[in-house]
Design a protein around this ligand. Sequence first.
Ligand SMILES: Nc1nc2c(ncn2[C@@H]2O[C@H](COP(=O)(O)OP(=O)(O)O)[C@@H](O)[C@H]2O)c(=O)[nH]1
Ligand SMILES: [Mg+2]
Length: 348
Amino acid sequence: MEPPAVPEQQEEEEEEEEGAVPLSMAPGPVGCQLFGYVGIEAVLDQMKIKTMKTGFEFNIMVVGQSGLGKSTMVNTLFKSKVSRKSSQPGHEERIPKTVQLQSITHIIQEKGVKMKLTVTDTPGFGDQINNDNCWDPIIKYINEQYERYLREEILITRKRKIPDTRVHGCVYFVPPTGHWLRPLDLEFMRRLSKIVNVVPVIAKADTLTLEERAEFKQRIQEDLRTHAISVYPQEDFDQDPEDRALNNRIREKIPFAVVGADQEHQVNGKRVLGRKTKWGIIEVENPAHCEFPLLQDLLIRSHLQDLKDITHNVHYESYRVRRLNESNRPGLGPLNGLPAKGEASSHL
Ligand SMILES: Nc1nc2c(ncn2[C@@H]2O[C@H](COP(=O)(O)OP(=O)(O)O)[C@@H](O)[C@H]2O)c(=O)[nH]1
Ligand SMILES: [Mg+2]
């Protein structure tokens, strides 16, 4: 991107107009004219070049009951257009049956920017008669990543760039019952939303009619409100009215009604990712067919940096404060008080 040209003409005119105001009394923006044109926006180019050189990490996790299409969605994300053309080849077919937490990483390169995208697939829950504490392994994993980061951060000689394995977005799969949220899903999301950005989705949306999808969405939104579960994008963190207006539009559409697929089909001479049914092909990347494109857009395009910022400034920050307070208890040195790596406490 070319830096914008310096508007010299305009500046001179403005200086003349403001000439009568003593500079000491001049309000902020006029005060800048003391220095003439400063060119602060050049920092944008520097930030861009730095990001391009170092690349960045972005980590997503998929959570939900067994059989809702989580592993398929991981495949969909990696096979979709965003990563199809630019990721490292050869990893696509390696999505195994999920028996434990499993992370898959692709390096996606686009216009010189390098993103290390990691998606963590989790085993489904809900199969047992007793599902008490089924969230424990997942919450433990999320906290362990905070712990890892914290341990690097508090070292006296620390790395210039701390490897970031923290979960920036947790996609929660709601079963397409068309009714209300089940107590299990409510409780799980309530716990998750306290430590991570939760993005709920209606799984297997192709099993619901358009009316059912819309009604279910309303009910879920109502349910979340009633139970004070704050999913991403959280209202509390809107930065300004513009941000609020944009996020309000997203909040109306959440949870996205998604369909996942890992097979390609031929449609009108083009290869599309979709599910073949008796009645035709449901194209997952077609916004007229499902809301997978909205999910992908939110996560990987429009809100990627915001998800990372909230993770760092809010979720990680509260973990950090809590852990450091714990380790400052009398008799414990700040470092000695921390348990060994991997022993992070799993409860908030
Ligand atoms: N109808 C429908 N079936 C799906 C969808 N996504 C996945 N499936 C199917 O659901 C089954 C379970 O999918 P899987 O990804 O293993 O679910 P997981 O247990 O949540 O990881 C498989 O047979 C998938 O083909 C979807 O969006 N719609
Ligand atoms: Mg699975």
